[in-house]
Design a binder for this molecule. Structure first.
Ligand SMILES: *[C@@H]1O[C@H](CO)[C@@H](O)[C@H](O)[C@H]1NC(C)=O
Ligand SMILES: *[C@@H]1O[C@H](CO)[C@@H](O)[C@H](O)[C@H]1NC(C)=O
Ligand SMILES: *[C@@H]1O[C@H](CO)[C@@H](O)[C@H](O)[C@H]1NC(C)=O
Ligand SMILES: *[C@@H]1O[C@H](CO)[C@@H](O)[C@H](O)[C@H]1NC(C)=O
Length: 600
């Protein structure tokens, strides 16, 4: 691993020869980066932001800069300068990366998008297709929240992505927790094994927190969700006029931003719709190691639906089953036998993007992530079937390249946000030990999800905030019962494996008549992972001014051949989602699916 550039290079003691060589390489790298930046500036390349080094040229707060080239055809993109700390202008500025599609009809306002994570880039969501889906009445504005992607300061703790990859490779951070067997969760060997792995987990989280503190210092203070809400208010002032309503559409972690927004600034809330609800009370008041028991309450139901649908589809469409109509318990038992084998001996995977191994924890964690995306269930079945037959490459490749991740530092960006939102430990007695972590994983398996209770961390890498020392200028922790002029829309699936309807019901209960809960009876993380025409129309209608009745349910819309298409069929018929509807609905549904596709 190479050394980390620090601010006091000059004061450092004389270097040993290999160390000097590394520094020379580092300067060489800086030179190449500078040349490339100049080239980028010259050519108008939009993938880079040129940092402002000189305080004499400090950017003016509120300045909006538009670039000439954007990621998505038909959008304008650029950045806006905001105060880094909304309560202390002396701290300097941050630059928020933005992308916009302007209304072509009389404009209702700006609609801010957030695609979750935290850590996902929001700029690609602003597409002409999405704008058209909402009737071209909104300025659609996607942005990268604090610390993320092209917004600066950016979370970047390690010297290189290779260093970070090397740090995580083949550790519990990359492979998740292996449970010896779920057959008897009272067996003390289960908890012992998880406590041992938790020791490694804690050490790595601690190391990574210390590296971030050293390389980023005070910059880490300005990444929290409350700060992002202030940014949206600031941008609404600039784009729509002082005190304008803030309109918002977010999924998954975006539901946290939505709940923060309406409860921090209720008088500013306009049209706010959130999909795939994360419980904001737990988020803001309980330590992350307790979250899996809250998040996984619908996953067993989803898993059973996956297995039953696979069996119904039959072995050609879903190779995990041996005959059409096989009882789901038989598939489940075959998979458990495979997990038990892997728990004793991981599988060698010599020929993947990076050679390595597959542990039982990694495969359970991957299956959990696949359950979030019904349009990938066919891929899941083929990758798992290959692993059962001895070829782990498809699964390991999926693990190494989960897709849709804006930053190779995704996990660190996520910590930078969540660790400012959660309550800081009051004292060292508050810092969970490996025994606490192991006990909680066993409790989650026993009480909530035997199959996945120890594996949420693979897709949702939380925890370790106890070692994060940065504190936000503002932390919001409720109350969550604001009164709104226009009720917010809350969307929940009945089988969302990680953001259960239980959380939608909870915030609907807190917000009362200032909210409407609408329910899609189906599987997947966020309704947009498998949108029914019914829900697509409810959401569209909400932004057009029609409030649905609270408790409206959209019935299941797809059959087993939709979830598991025949591999011999030409093309992917799900590209049209099987709707026999007008093309604008298809376009909007696709834009949404693309927006909320990622984990988190
Ligand atoms: C599970 O393990 C516990 C503790 O070792 C033991 O008392 C119990 O009999 C086991 N249960 C089964 C069904 O094997
Ligand atoms: C909102 O919640 C707070 C804290 O739980 C409570 O004190 C307050 O009475 C509630 N307000 C309303 C209008 O229900
Ligand atoms: C809204 O509908 C849900 C689901 O039917 C129900 O549980 C909840 O009590 C209703 N909420 C309100 C505020 O009426
Ligand atoms: C599933 O739905 C599609 C589209 O509605 C239909 O063409 C197909 O026959 C159905 N398949 C089964 C097995 O019911």
């Amino acid at each position: 691993m190479s050394s980390y550039p620090t601010k006091d290079l000059g004061a450092a003691p004389p270097l040993a020869a290999p160390e000097r060589q590394k520094r020379i390489n580092y300067y060489r790298l800086v030179f190449v980066a500078l040349v490339f930046s100049l080239f980028a500036l010259h050519s108008g390349f939009s993938g880079f932001r040129i940092p402002c080094f000189s305080p004499r040229h400090a950017p003016k707060i509120g300045t909006v800069t538009w670039l000439t080239e954007c990621d998505v055809k038909g959008q304008e993109c650029g950045s806006i300068v905001v105060p880094k700390d909304h309560f202390d202008p002396s701290v300097g500025t941050a630059s928020i990366s933005i992308a916009r599609v302007k209304a072509t009809r009389p404009k209702k306002g700006t609609l801010f998008l957030n695609p979750g994570g935290p850590g996902n880039s929001g700029t690609s969501g602003a597409s002409p297709g999405f704008a058209a889906w909402l009737g071209n009445e909104w300025d659609i504005l996607g942005f990268d929240p604090r610390g993320i992607h092209r917004t600066t300061p950016q979370v970047k703790c390690f010297a290189s992505t290779e260093d970070y990859d090397f740090f995580k490779a083949n550790t519990v951070l990359e492979q998740s927790f292996t449970v010896p067997s779920i057959a008897n969760l009272s067996d003390p060997a289960v908890e012992e094994a998880l406590v041992a792995q938790s020791r490694e987990f804690i050490a790595l989280k601690q190391a990574q927190a210390q590296i971030c503190a050293k390389t980023m210092g005070d910059e880490l203070r300005y990444m929290g969700s409350a700060t992002v809400v202030r940014d949206m208010a600031f941008m609404a002032d600039v784009f729509d006029g002082e005190g304008a309503k803030i309109n918002f559409f977010g999924g998954s972690y975006g539901s946290i931003l939505g709940m923060y927004l309406v409860n921090m600034l209720p008088e500013r809330a306009g049209f706010v719709a959130i999909d795939g609800i994360v419980d904001p009370v737990a988020w803001a008041t309980e330590p992350p190691y307790t979250w899996p028991a809250n998040w996984l309450t619908s996953i067993e139901k989803t898993y059973r639906f996956f297995l039953e649908t696979c069996a119904e589809a039959g072995p050609i469409r879903c190779p995990l089953t041996q005959y059409a109509g096989e009882p789901y318990e038989e598939l489940e038992q075959r998979l458990e036998a495979f997990f038990d084998e892997l728990a004793i001996a991981p599988m060698a995977v010599p020929f993947a993007k990076r050679p390595g191994l597959l542990t039982s924890g990694a495969v359970r964690g991957l299956l959990l992530m696949y359950l979030e995306q019904p349009t990938q269930w066919s891929d899941a079945a083929h990758a798992l079937a290959a692993a059962l037959a001895g070829d782990g490459a498809p699964l390991l490749n999926k693990l190494l390249t989960p897709g849709h991740v804006a930053s190779p530092y995704h996990d660190l960006v996520r910590s930078a946000v969540t660790c400012l939102d959660v309550p800081p430990p009051a004292s060292h007695h508050d810092i969970p030990t490996a025994e606490d972590l192991g006990r909680e994983l066993v409790r989650t398996m026993r009480e909530v999800s035997p199959h996945f209770g120890a594996n949420l961390d693979l897709g949702e890498p939380d925890g370790g905030c106890e070692y994060w020392t940065a504190r936000s200028p503002e932390r919001f922790a409720g109350p969550w019962n604001a009164t709104l002029e226009w009720p917010m829309l809350i969307v929940s699936n009945t089988m969302d494996p990680i953001t259960p309807i239980q959380s939608g019901l909870r915030i609907n209960g807190l917000m009362g008549d200032s909210s409407r809960l609408v329910i899609q009876d189906g599987p997947g993380h966020c309704y947009s992972s498998a949108p029914t025409p019914c829900m697509v129309k409810l959401v569209q209608g909400y932004f057009a001014g029609t409030l649905p009745a609270n408790g409206t349910v959209c019935s299941p819309a797809f059959n087993s051949s939709w979830y598991f298409p025949d591999p011999a069929e030409e093309g992917d018929f799900r590209a049209t989602l099987g709707f026999e509807e007008e093309s604008s609905i298809l376009e909007g549904a696709r834009a949404l699916g693309g927006l909320f596709r990622r984990r988190g």
